[in-house]
Design a protein around this ligand. Structure first.
Ligand SMILES: Cc1cc2nc3c(=O)[nH]c(=O)nc-3n(C[C@H](O)[C@H](O)[C@H](O)COP(=O)(O)OP(=O)(O)OC[C@H]3O[C@@H](n4cnc5c(N)ncnc54)[C@H](O)[C@@H]3O)c2cc1C
Length: 394
């Protein structure tokens, strides 16, 4: 086992949408190191299916704000929600400039889809693999920047602290070598906690490592009990990650059925409400799942909008164009996390947290569908800008 000391201006722990977007917004004069625990492809951002929200126009502001607040049980930080909504169009424009291919109408304008608890369609998407499209594009951009270095299969095990400031991190490579990475600023972008659950849609390596480290250093955490259960994953008895059946399938007309083939809930209610109704139905019937039927969605629409879901269900032995599929709720998203302000600063100087591991209060008690990729990037950009201002002010 070897020990080495490395020096960078900023280290970003995590290569999902949040970490990558932060890296792209740091000044190119900075030497930046990006770490990922497994391969760069193994992050939840790659798995996002439904899409990414955008404020349609000024007339949509009140409705989008209210949808986000209502889904979050009005426990959201209003300032954060406002920042996210007002920044959303710029984020979509930046993604398009980077090369992200969102679905478009015949006249070339962006298409918008709808998911549960949204009062109108305002979600940009690329088939049912929006996260892969966005994250791969960001990765290509990051790889083209000579100031950013990517290090895979390297796990942060602690932060370095001097006089109450963060001065970097300690990480372990897959060969067991220990790296002391000294920096001016550190950004934690380590994603969610699904790997701690038996049934989750997350990659298994998302085990809330940054939260554990933050707790050991007395850094403020918030709402650790705010965990989102997604109503519909494909039922399976195999171990490992569960396959998500995106909420946009219900947005486009898919319906939930009980064992008698009857509907038992309004499918477009917020996620926590729909999950609760499914659990109650399963308990009543003594069943392990309920069914999701695509009978109201034309086959051509299924093939065009949900090719990944169609193919994965076929592999599992279900043809969604012909039959309902067994679905069950599973752990999906973490609304709580490391407490940050609206510039993504934690309660420790020179330490920032962005994306799912952070809690800036946007989601309140329950996340509105397709708000998280957007939130990740809006507040990652703000962390990067805050670091830039700090450097300029020296
Ligand atoms: C199946 C699925 C579908 C989803 N669909 C949508 C959707 O349609 N729209 C939407 O907005 N959101 C969706 N989400 C949620 C969204 O994808 C995530 O909330 C968001 O991508 C989180 O991004 P992130 O950058 O914070 O984390 P991630 O993308 O998960 O990245 C975390 C990174 O941290 C690294 N890491 C973790 N621990 C360590 C450590 N100790 N040391 C080093 N590196 C570490 C990992 O290797 C990874 O690179 C979905 C999530 C899932 C699971």
């Amino acid at each position: 086992m070897e020990q080495s000391n490395l020096q960078y201006d900023t280290v970003i722990v995590g290569c999902g949408a949040a970490g990558l977007f932060a890296a792209l917004h740091l000044p190119e004069t900075q030497r930046v190191l990006l770490l990922s625990k497994e391969s760069v492809e193994e992050c939840n951002s790659m798995l996002a299916q439904g899409g990414i929200c955008v404020l349609l126009d000024e007339n949509d502001y009140d409705a989008y704000f209210e949808d986000t607040m209502r889904a979050g049980h009005y426990e959201n930080r209003k300032e954060s929600v406002d920042i996210m909504l007002r920044s959303s169009r710029d984020i979509i424009n930046q993604l398009v400039d980077y090369g992200v291919r969102f679905h478009r109408e015949p006249d070339g304008s962006l298409s918008y889809t709808k998911e549960g608890a949204h009062s109108r369609p305002r979600i940009c998407f690329h088939e049912d693999i929006t996260g892969n499209e966005i994250t791969s594009t960001l990765l290509r951009q990051v790889r083209s920047r000579s100031n950013i270095q990517l290090m895979e299969y390297t796990t942060m095990t602690d932060i370095l602290e001097e006089n109450g400031h963060c001065t970097g991190i300690i990480a372990k490579t897959k060969d067991g070598d220990v790296l002391q990475i000294h920096t001016d600023n550190t950004i934690l972008a380590t994603g969610g906690i699904g790997g701690l659950y038996e049934h989750s849609t997350n990659y298994r390596c998302m085990t809330g490592d940054a939260l554990d480290i933050a707790k050991r250093h007395g850094i403020r955490l918030d709402h650790l009990d705010y965990v989102q259960i997604h109503p519909t994953v494909l039922y399976s008895e195999k171990p490992g990650r569960r396959f998500l059946i995106s909420e946009s399938t219900r947005g486009e007309g898919a319906i939930l059925l009980n064992a008698k083939g009857e509907r038992f809930v309004d499918e477009l209610l917020p996620r926590d409400v729909v999950s609760q109704a499914i659990f109650e139905q399963m308990k009543k019937e003594g069943s392990k799942y309920v069914r999701l039927s695509f009978e109201n969605i034309p086959e051509a629409e299924i093939r065009q909008h949900f090719p990944n879901i169609l193919a994965t269900c076929l592999e599992a032995g279900y043809d969604i164009t012909k039959e309902p599929i067994p679905v069950v709720p599973a752990q999906h998203y973490f609304m709580g996390g490391i407490y940050v302000d609206s510039d993504s600063k934690t309660t420790m100087d020179h330490l920032y947290a962005v994306g799912e591991t952070s809690c800036n209060g946007v989601h309140g008690k329950n996340r509105l569908a397709s708000n998280s990729l957007l939130e990740s990037m809006v507040f990652a950009q703000r962390a990067a800008h805050h670091i830039e201002q700090q450097v300029e002010g020296r």
